[in-house]
Design a protein. Structure first.
Lengths: 406, 187
């Protein structure tokens, strides 16, 4: 495992370096095109780069959590989710328990974020909590914990912020060139003669290509990391079917995550974007195709180790490159798959879909500071936090109930 | 003169190699001991949950006194085994796991109990604690495997022998059924 972490770190540095270089080139060309001074553009780009990286490093996780509207929960809010995260923390050997967040969103998705293993958070949507059973949720949480353990989380926040900056710069750059750029163009062509025109063309082309290029760099590695996180999840849970069936449910869901954008997309367990009403399985840019991820997990016959995942991957990608380096796989033992339900847990003891839905909706009411009041007829009344009157009439039986004063 | 430098150089390289291997071994041993501490935490948690469970369940299950007593006894045995080594402890915990799963199997016959909020919360805690025990055991055994590989394999076995590193002891699987791959039956 450690060899993998080390090679990941080298790749991360290369990747962030490439993105940074791209940002600098964009800055240089925009400076040349608009300020008539490429060095000025370069310096501005450098300053932006520095600030962005500092922000991403120290606040990347908070930004990500705030954008997605995630709220922190404690063990008492949702014991099952909290326990599952703790189980996966133990299975992966993480030293610190990650913070657990819930996103009030009916879409099904999850992500992990943070600077390193000691500053990490896991967030899942309410829709996911409702739809998945224990084994499936464990698979998804295992995947997210693997992103923390494999040190993908820092890379994701650094790249996300850089990508965002390049997209914004290029967008403004291209708008300025199209609509307000004539003045700048005239100035530089007067100063530099024919050379200015060529640079303007290069700048326009780059402004269009840079975001695509940045995303390509990003995806090249984020895809492989998804496979690696899937493999680690299977290893931690000893139960590839859990994640496989969770992915199946996620793929079938047609609701899009509200608080996701281009820059944060790769952090989610599946691509949060989909065309209206279309299943997520078709759109696959940041993530490997879901159907393929499911097929690999399901063909892990006989074991849950990284070696087994590698075999399964290569049986589907005929002649493809292995997911893991031989150094990673050396010295890992055979690992069996556990039985479907955890030991000492006979089937049928788990809360069903209806109970899970009630559990999650109660939690959401509580988190939005609604009070619950049970009328004598059994109806549960939800009292909003800004409710002023001292009593409320039950809509079901007409009894007058007193409201606790807050 | 040159020969002296060569010899000195070789000695320095050997020393460096020794230090690196030795530190690697120490790291693996610490990881293993830390993993063992994790198992311990979870086993204690299970011991703490059982009196609560028995108390909650007792009122509903008058006819299952033997099952309940078996759980309590198994818990006491497991508590006595603390500190007697990995082997003894894993055997006692194996008994407790068996008694608990028998108890949870008969719960199926008591619908009232299954509707009890207190019991449901306890059940989630117990399920999760069982999972945490098996996950921490899993991680512990992986750590033991890592250490044992280093202690036995060439060339780190030289350093291990010289500094008297011992092989780690595996925490055995609890039930024979766990060793077998799941069987799918179409009935």
């Amino acid at each position: 495992m450690w060899e993998q972490v080390r090679s990941n770190r080298i790749r991360s540095v290369v990747l962030v370096g490439m993105m940074a270089a791209l940002l600098l080139v964009v800055g240089y060309l925009l400076g040349e095109a608009f300020l008539g001074n490429p060095i000025g553009g370069l310096i501005i780009a450098l300053a932006i780069l520095l600030v962005l990286n500092l922000v991403a490093f120290f606040q990347g996780d908070n930004i990500m959590l705030a954008i997605s509207g995630a709220r922190k929960i404690t063990r008492d809010d949702h014991p099952r989710l909290y326990n599952i995260v703790e189980e996966m923390k133990i299975a992966s050997g993480l030293e610190r328990m990650p913070d657990v967040y819930i996103i009030d969103d009916p879409a099904m998705n999850a992500f992990a974020t943070g600077r390193d293993a000691n500053h990490a958070s896991v967030a899942v949507t309410a829709g996911l909590l409702q739809a998945l059973n224990r084994d499936e949720l464990q698979g998804v949480v295992g995947h997210e914990i693997a992103h923390i353990k494999n040190r993908d989380v820092l890379l994701m926040s650094l790249c996300g912020v850089l990508l965002g900056a390049i997209v914004i710069l290029a967008w403004y750059g291209s708008r300025m060139m199209l609509f307000g750029g004539m003045a700048g163009g005239r100035r530089s062509s007067r100063g530099g003669g024919g050379g200015g025109g060529i640079i303007i063309i290069v700048a326009i082309v780059l402004a269009i290509l840079a975001p695509i290029l940045a995303q390509l760099i990003y995806f090249a590695i984020s895809r492989k990391r998804e496979y690696m996180a899937d493999a680690s999840s299977a290893l931690y849970t000893r139960y590839p079917e859990g994640l496989a069936s969770a992915l199946e449910k996620l793929a079938g869901s047609k609701i899009q995550v509200k608080g996701a954008n281009q820059a944060t997309a790769p952090a989610y367990i599946i691509n949060p974007f989909r065309e209206k009403g279309r299943a997520a399985a078709d759109l696959t840019s940041t993530h490997p195709p879901i159907s393929e991820r499911i097929r690999i997990l399901r063909s892990m016959a006989g074991g849950a180790s990284l070696v087994d995942y590698d075999h399964a991957y290569r049986s589907i990608h005929k002649g493809g490159k292995p997911v893991f380096s031989t150094a990673t796989l050396a010295g890992t033992g055979a690992v069996g798959i556990r039985a479907a339900v955890p030991e000492a847990a006979p089937a049928g003891r788990e809360p069903g879909k209806a109970e899970r839905t009630r559990e999650v909706s109660d939690l959401m009411w509580r988190m939005n500071k609604y009070d619950t009041l049970t009328c004598e007829c059994g109806t549960k009344l939800k009292i909003p936090p800004d409710f002023k009157r001292s009593n409320v009439k039950c809509p079901h039986c007409g009894r007058i109930n007193n409201v606790k004063q807050r | 003169m040159v020969a002296l430098y060569v010899v000195l150089g070789i000695i320095v390289v050997l020393l460096l190699w020794f230090v690196i291997i030795y530190n690697g071994l120490v790291r693996l041993r610490n990881q293993m001991q830390n993993a063992w501490a994790q198992i311990d935490v979870q086993l204690k948690r299970r011991h703490d949950l059982i009196p609560n469970l028995v108390e909650t369940v007792k009122g509903y299950m008058q006819h299952e006194r033997e099952t309940l007593e078996a759980v309590t006894n198994a818990r006491n045995l497991a508590q006595q085994a603390i500190g007697r080594g990995v082997g003894a402890q894993s055997q006692a915990e194996q008994g407790l796991t068996g008694a608990l799963s028998r108890l949870l199997a008969v719960v199926e016959n008591y619908p009232d109990l299954k509707a009890n909020q207190n019991f449901l919360a306890l059940q989630e805690e117990l399920t999760s604690t069982e999972n945490k025990i098996s996950f921490s055991r899993q991680y512990y055994n992986d750590s033991v495997l890592g250490l044992n590989n280093k202690v036995q394999m060439f060339p780190s076995n030289f350093v291990a022998n010289m500094t008297n590193f011992k092989l780690g002891e595996f925490f055995e699987v609890e039930a024979p059924a766990e060793r077998e791959a799941p069987k799918v039956s179409f009935t």
